[in-house]
Design a protein around this ligand. Structure first.
Ligand code: FAD
Length: 341
């Protein structure tokens, strides 16, 4: 049979990494990436890009841990390569602090990040409102550079990139054999998934180059994440809010909370406010389907619903999506050899 034609829908961190994973595993495929918006217009551009997972309630922990480990290993190699600066991927050390000791002794990802340990009394003196803390080193992606770096790698592999809003995956059936749905929150409309809901997040990006360590309150709401060119201050988690308008009161609140964790931030400059809608679901949808209608068919792979953890999990889920694409290719090859008999 001719080389399978594959379309990936979505150019956020999930779509780009899935396209890279498919291109790497099946170089003979003809691969196209379609998206309504490319960087800097995606939710992935707004993210802080820290590798600290948030457990999704409906996915087994061992699966989430595997996705996180695969993502960490992949990005760790990039952070140690000559590509690190252009890709915007770097190691960052810091502290997660709690007002009282958390119920779970160790988070599931504690042996994936580097050097995870309980903070000493001396370290905790920096945080007078907190009684307990964990210190570790993790990775951070500076999001727009990372997305642009992936786009560049896809172009170098000959992947076509098209700006196109897809109204239904079915509209692609005459052009492609396999469609990979990485539309993030757009999948709610694209495939009518009512389980997929926005969780609005507002963050600030500030110039504060003296801040070198991350600080995260254990409640996950207040955080200071230093990147290569700016520091991200967060945040909010507003379920089912669709507003992309920055709220000045919320921005003031975030700044105040972050200054109480790191008082030197009062001297921060060039404050920019960003808002994004996390594509949230009980679990990431990673699934293969065959759609057929009036004798025509298209093979569909879904990879969306990463909620608060798209950066933390993207390479693990991209590898799994590529495995599902491989199953689709095997189905196509099976049906073309049956047709010849
Ligand atoms: P998106 O980035 O939204 O990309 C979706 C793509 O699909 C876009 O290209 C869009 O144009 C396209 N699309 C949608 N519908 C259609 C259609 N009909 N036709 C064609 N194209 C379509 N995660 C972490 O791991 N670490 C963090 O530190 C972190 N911080 C965050 C901070 C904030 C404030 C927010 C909002 C999120 C944060 N996240 C973080 C979560 C992370 O941003 C998401 O999990 C991730 O961006 C989801 O990526 P995605 O590719 O699925 O979606």
């Amino acid at each position: 049979m001719a080389a399978p034609k594959v379309a990936v829908v979505g150019a956020g961190v999930v779509g780009l990494s899935t396209a890279l994973s498919v291109a790497g595993a099946f170089p003979a495929c003809s691969l196209t990436l379609l998206a309504e918006h490319f960087s800097p217009g995606t939710t992935s551009d707004v993210a802080a890009g820290m590798l600290i997972p948030h457990a999704a309630p409906d996915t087994p922990i061992h699966v989430q841990k595997q996705w996180f480990r695969e993502t960490f290993t992949y990005l760790f190699a990039i952070s140690n390569s000559a590509e690190a600066s252009e890709a915007g991927v770097h190691l960052v050390s810091g502290w997660q602090v709690f007002k009282s000791a958390p119920e779970e002794d160790l988070p599931f990802w504690s042996d994936v990040v580097l050097g995870f340990r309980t903070m000493s009394e001396a370290e905790l003196q920096k945080f007078p409102q907190h009684r307990y803390g964990q210190a570790f080193t993790t990775l951070k992606c500076d999001c727009p550079p990372y997305l642009l770096w992936m786009e560049k790698r896809l172009k170098a592999k000959g992947v076509q990139m098209c700006t196109r809003k897809v109204a239904s995956l079915w509209e692609l059936h005459s052009e492609y054999d396999i469609v990979v749905n990485c539309a993030g929150l757009g999948a709610r409309r694209l495939v009518g998934d009512q389980q997929l809901l926005p969780v609005r997040g507002q963050v600030l990006q500030v110039h504060a180059p003296w801040v070198k360590n991350f600080i995260r309150d254990g409640d996950g709401l207040t955080y200071i994440y230093p990147g290569i060119n700016s520091v991200t201050l967060g945040g909010t988690r507003e379920k089912e809010s669709w507003s992309l308008c920055p709220d000045p009161g919320t921005a003031k609140g975030i700044f105040g909370r972050c200054c109480s964790l790191e008082p030197s931030l009062r001297a921060a400059r060039d404050v920019k406010v960003k808002v994004g809608l996390r594509p949230s679901r009980g679990s990431v949808r990673l699934q293969r389907e065959v759609w057929s209608q009036a004798g025509a068919k298209i093979l569909v792979v879904h990879n969306y619903g990463h909620g608060s953890g798209g950066f933390s999990m993207h390479w693990g889920t991209a590898k799994e999506a590529a495995r599902l694409v491989g199953e689709c290719i095997a189905l196509l090859q099976g049906s073309s050899s049956r047709a010849k008999l």
